[in-house]
Design a protein around this ligand. Structure first.
Ligand code: PHE
Length: 335
């Protein structure tokens, strides 16, 4: 037994040195102190020795066992430093590609809209999403209990605070602070208590437009919108004004463009009408000018408001508004 122990001790360093990976180290270790290892066999037979031998062999075994454990640990550490142990990082392996983000389709279309108006000299203005009844309704000539409040009704927060139902209140806010002439657009979120379906969302985006000066006419409104629709939807796009009612513009119109799918012949997208409604517009009602204390009859102006989702849906052929807000990568990755 002593001879066998001596042999193990003598060859241990060299044998360990010849182990070049984690697997061979484990096999080597098991061959010594595993279930059927050489050292384990010796320990099993210690009981057959006399007292004196027991003490001698016992202490030698303990010493050797300790040495083996330390040596194995050190060898594993040394190998992992050189990258050969099997569980270290293989720097030659292909990496995991990190996914690069992209712009949301609404951000893309909003930038296109803003760019077109900026080219025509419009400045970009923003306003608060939490509004007062005064700005959202009253100063826009929508008095309390007037039936047209219904179309713009919204979420009330506390007292007279509410989530704005359109971007038109920013018209009033801007005119209170600025004198004509000016031309601005106002992009932003708006809120309506609509039940969600393929064409309705309780939150959506609008771009408001407002141009005021001394000789601004309906012809200017038509010209600006014509340039806008041709640039956004293509040169062949035609436009038409349909009489409508908004309390804050007079006269008012709903503006259609010729269907971008069928060109006006009639198809499923335009419900065979050949036209698509894209925005509301009109000449600023003098009553609104009074609220912002502009001199009587000196100024005229036009205003318009468009839904960004609706325009994106038309331009990209999207048939469900909910897709914009569900964060489904399969949808978002297409833009
Ligand atoms: N604020 C109107 C709406 O939300 C749109 C509009 C804006 C109409 C400006 C006329 C002038 O429906």
């Amino acid at each position: 037994m002593l001879g066998e122990l001596q042999k193990i001790k003598e060859t241990f360093d060299k044998d360990l040195e010849s182990c070049v990976d984690l697997n061979s180290i484990n096999l080597f270790r098991a061959g010594l102190i595993g279930k059927k290892g050489r050292l384990t066999e010796i320990i099993k037979n210690i009981s057959s020795l006399n007292r004196e031998e027991k003490v001698k062999v016992g202490s030698l075994v303990n010493e050797l066992k300790h040495e083996i454990e330390l040596g194995v640990k050190a060898r594993i550490k040394a190998l992992s430093r050189t990258g050969a142990s099997g569980d270290s990082i293989d720097v030659t392996m292909p990496g995991v590609a990190s996914r690069i983000g992209r712009k949301h389709p609404l951000t893309v279309i909003l930038k296109e809209i803003v760019d077109i108006f900026e080219d025509m000299g419009f400045g970009v203005v923003e306003g608060p999403e939490i509004e007062t009844e005064y700005y959202n309704f009253e100063a826009l000539n929508i008095p309390k209990d007037h039936p047209s409040r219904e179309a713009f009704d919204t979420f009330y927060i506390e007292g007279t605070y509410l989530l704005r139902s359109h971007t038109s209140p920013v018209q009033v806010r801007f005119m209170e602070e600025n004198k004509p002439p000016f031309r601005i657009i106002v992009p932003g979120r708006v809120y309506r208590p609509d039940a969600t379906d393929a064409s309705h969302s309780f939150m959506f985006h609008q771009v408001e437009g407002l141009m005021v000066g001394e000789d601004i006419s309906l012809a200017d409104l038509k010209g600006v919108l014509e340039i806008f629709s041709k640039r956004l939807f293509g040169k062949a796009t035609r436009m038409r004004f349909r009489p409508h009612f908004f309390p804050f513009t007079e006269p008012s119109a709903e503006v259609d463009i010729s269907c971008i799918i069928c060109g006006g012949a009639g198809c499923r997208v335009c419900s065979n009408k050949g036209w698509l409604e894209v925005l509301g517009a009109g000449m600023v009602n003098p009553k609104v000018f009074k609220y912002v204390k502009y001199g009587h009859e000196k100024y005229t102006g036009f205003a318009f408001g468009m839904g960004v989702e609706r325009i994106a849906m038309l331009k990209y052929g999207i048939d469900d508004i909910r897709l914009f807000f569900e964060n489904d990568f399969r949808f978002l990755r297409q833009f």
